[in-house]
Each structure stands twice: as C-alpha cells, then as structure tokens.
Design a protein around this ligand. Structure first.
Ligand SMILES: Cc1cc2nc3c(=O)[nH]c(=O)nc-3n(C[C@H](O)[C@H](O)[C@H](O)COP(=O)(O)OP(=O)(O)OC[C@H]3O[C@@H](n4cnc5c(N)ncnc54)[C@H](O)[C@@H]3O)c2cc1C
Length: 429
C-alpha cells in the first residue's frame, strides 16, 4: 500500500514587525481584504497596541485616564486570527531563508515580511542629557512619567518648538507649570508651517504664559543627580525641574539596513510599500518614498500616512487594487486650538493668508508654480476638504481670489491657461 501523501506544508504567515498604527493597520487590512493565511504581529511593546496622538494631548491632562485609547480591542485580534507576540523584538532577517529571528531566540518563517517599526525620539546628545528629569515622548510610559512630573509650579524647559514640544507646552501651562520653550530656529513649527501660522501659535502660547527663547543652541543640562538648568551656547541659563526634548524622530530602520535593504534616512519603498526585496514591505514612519503629488522624496510621520501606506501593502500582498493615494494630512491641538494641514508645504511656496489671524480663525494656502500645494486651517475646517480635492487635482489658483475668505477655494481656481506648466502626476491619478 502506498504511504499517505504527506500533509502539504502550510504557507508561512505574513509577519508584521511592529504593532503601532501602521503594523496593526496592515494586519487588519489583510483580513479585511480576505487574506486567509496566518498573520503574526510582533511588537517590542508589552501592552495592547495603542494610539500615540493622545500621549501629548489628552493623556497629559489632569484626571485623564492613564490608558490612552487602544488601536483595537484584544477581541479584535482573536476574532481576526491575528497572532501577537508582545514584548519581543525582531533582531534580524534571514532573507535567504525567508525568516526573522527574535530576541527570545526563536526563528519564524514568513511568506511576506512587513517592517512597521516606526520611529524613535531623536536623543538629546549634550552633557547632562541622561540626568533624571530629562524626558522624551514616544511611548505611553514616557507620557505617564511626564504626567507625573508636570505638577503645579514645576519649571519645565522644552527643547524644540515642533508639534510634540508645543503640545506638551500647552499641557504643562494648563497645569500651572512655568514653561519655557527653547528653539534653535527663529519661530515655532518652522519645519512644517509658514511664518503667519507660527506667529499665531506663538502668541497663543504667550497668552497662556509660555515663554520662548529662539536661536537657542543647547550646550548642556546641569544638575546634581537630576536636571536643574538648561544652558545654551550664548550663555543663557533656564532653571528647570523637568526638561522635555522634542527634537524630532529617527526611523527605526536598523533591522532593514542590517539585512541589506536600501535605506536612506528611512527604508526606501515604492508606491505599494515594497522595499528592495520583493518579499519584504515597509510602512509608516520608518519609510521614505517618492511623493505621487510632486515627486519629492519624503518621510511622513503622521497617522494618515501610516494607515494609507498600510492599506497599500495589504492590497499588494492580496493582489488587489489599492485606494487612490490620499493627500497627506496632519493635525495638532494646542491650548484647544486645532491646526489642520493638508498637503506638504515647501519653504519656497507662495503664502496666502485667508481671513484675519487676529480673529483666531483663518487659513493659509500655499501655491507652488501657481498650483495649490498645501493648506493650513486654524480653528476652522471650511477650506480643508475642498483643499484636499484641489491639491489632488493640481488646481491652479488665482492668488487674488484665494486671499479673499468670502470666496470659496473652489471658486478661486484660475481659468488662465498656462501651457508651459506641466500637469502634475496627481492630476492624472
Ligand atoms: C506624542 C506623539 C504625538 C503624536 N501626535 C500625532 C498627531 O496628532 N497626528 C498625527 O497624525 N500623528 C501624530 N503622531 C505621529 C504618529 O503617532 C506616527 O506617525 C505613527 O504612530 C506612525 O505609526 P507607525 O506604525 O509607523 O509607528 P509606531 O506607531 O511608532 O509603531 C512602531 C512599533 O514598532 C515597534 N518596534 C520597533 N522596532 C521593533 C522591532 N525590532 N521588533 C518589534 N517591534 C518593534 C515599536 O515598539 C512600536 O510599537 C504623534 C506621535 C507621538 C509620539
């Protein structure tokens, strides 16, 4: 009698490294798109994967629960047969053997591998950066420690006037802390927005008692055992019980780089999230890709990108059509005022203010070669939706009409033809 056929070896799972916004979205997207095989989600963190935006906003408020919102309830992972290994890191990739090696010594074969390792807070490297009371903010543990330190009367020095630094400044001021923000540039959020928006938010913070020192190059943090003061290159000294370094992030690309995948300040991926190895994808903060809108090489650190890229990866793995690339968007809330941005502004874009900043509610539109490239809306969303559509269409805007807030953005489209102007890729999507 012939031996029974050996059971066909099951296809190995899709392994997703990192259970942040993007990793969880890939796992969910695979199931939503009908992937029947195994899914293994690996996460360095121990807790149920959670949202990061509340860490610098709601979670810091007095009386707010310490658990920030989870991305998905535990039951979701069970119901969708998504296996999770938490508190474990992927240490290396054996590309020839299609396997990942984990920190507990185990080895797991993959059908496809997705790297969603996100980014980490850029470390402060000056002397004294390791003193107690010097914090960065990336994880829930960081946020809870910060919350513990932000008590009435505490002197808080924030290094970096980016989104995270300013959100923490607002939270600290609302708790009665004495807040000083030290920023190397000459205005807040200079990397992401224009001078009128910076000025508006500076004034907003100042009205809430936050002080700014611009042009500040930090040289040291002094203190015995714990932070007591921040020192800058020009000799300025800021007394501080708590120091928050909000100086940007670095992509967690080492796993990919060590495996020989192409990286350049981010893992290089194409529009489907594919790396230089066809069996390996990457998604979220850790990636660098070419903007389908303007061809710029970019790394986007926002929820919208983490989710949109994840969906494209899930679509590609399951052989399906992905959604049309979305215009990137981002938000921040400071002292209860919401700044919402669509598109990615370039420093040399033309800047048009719509409305009166003194009134507290206005927009700023950014034109590149006459086309709408980005918009900031402050405390109002009227321009946000139309702007996203118009940016995707590469619409030419009449600057005179755009400056009049009583004219809708859609009605500010310029009808003047410009035959020398190339049609941007987005218009053809
Ligand atoms: C305080 C704060 C506030 C923010 N506010 C906003 C906001 O208002 N709006 C907005 O759009 N965006 C905001 N962001 C940015 C947003 O959170 C990120 O863009 C988003 O989390 C990126 O998702 P991701 O999955 O790429 O990375 P992450 O969410 O960082 O997840 C990556 C995960 O991978 C894990 N990991 C890393 N290496 C390994 C490894 N080797 N093995 C296993 N696991 C690993 C990490 O532990 C982490 O859990 C904020 C971020 C922070 C920190």
């Amino acid at each position: 009698m012939r031996d029974r056929e050996p059971a066909r070896k099951a296809t190995p799972p899709v392994i997703v490294v990192g259970a942040g916004h993007s990793g969880v979205a890939v796992a969910a997207g695979l199931r939503a798109r009908g992937w029947e095989g195994g899914i293994l989600l690996l996460d360095a963190q121990k807790e149920t994967p959670y949202e990061r935006p509340p860490l610098s906003k709601e979670l810091l408020k007095d009386g707010a629960p310490d658990e920030s919102a989870v991305l998905r309830k535990e039951k979701f992972y069970e119901d969708k047969r998504i296996d999770r290994l938490s508190g474990i890191t992927a240490e290396s990739i054996d590309r020839k053997g299609s396997a990942v090696l984990l920190s507990d010594g185990s080895r797991h074969a993959y059908h496809r591998l997705v790297i969603a390792t996100g980014s980490r807070a850029r470390p402060l490297t000056v002397p004294g950066a390791g003193l107690a009371g010097v914090q960065s903010l990336r994880t829930r543990d960081d946020a809870l420690e910060l919350k513990r330190l932000l008590v009435r009367g505490a002197r808080v020095a924030i290094i970096g006037a980016g989104y995270v630094g300013l959100e923490v400044a607002a939270a600290a001021a609302s708790k009665g802390c004495e807040v000083t923000v030290l920023e190397f540039q000459d205005r807040v959020m200079s990397r992401v927005t224009s001078a009128p928006v910076s000025r508006h938010f500076e004034q907003l913070h100042e009205r809430h008692g936050v002080q700014f020192i611009f042009g500040a190059a930090i040289t040291a943090i002094d203190g015995v055992g714990r932070a007591e003061r921040v020192v800058t290159a020009d000799g300025t000294v800021v007394q501080a019980d708590v120091v928050l370094a909000g100086i940007g992030v670095l992509p967690n690309q080492e796993l990919a780089a060590d495996a020989g995948l192409e990286c350049r300040d981010g893992i290089l991926v194409d529009g489907d999230g594919r790396t230089s190895d066809p069996a390996i994808y990457a998604t979220g903060d850790v990636t660098r890709f070419t903007s389908p809108i303007d061809g710029a090489s970019q790394r986007l650190e926002c929820i919208q990108n983490a989710q949109a890229q994840a969906d494209r990866v899930a679509a590609h793995i399951t052989g399906q059509q992905a959604a049309v690339p979305e215009i990137p968007w981002f938000w921040t809330v400071q002292h209860g005022v919401r700044l919402q941005t669509a598109g990615v502004r370039h420093p040399d874009d033309d800047v048009i203010v719509r409305g009166e900043p003194a009134g507290g509610r206005f927009s700023v539109v950014y034109l590149r070669n006459g086309r709408l490239a980005a918009v900031d809306t402050i405390a109002g969303l009227t321009d946000f939706r139309p702007a996203r559509k118009l940016i995707a269409l590469g619409a030419r805007i009449d600057p005179r009409l755009a400056a009049d807030p009583s004219v809708s953005l859609a009605d500010a489209i310029s009808t003047r033809p410009n035959p020398t102007d190339a049609v941007p890729t987005a218009a053809r999507i």
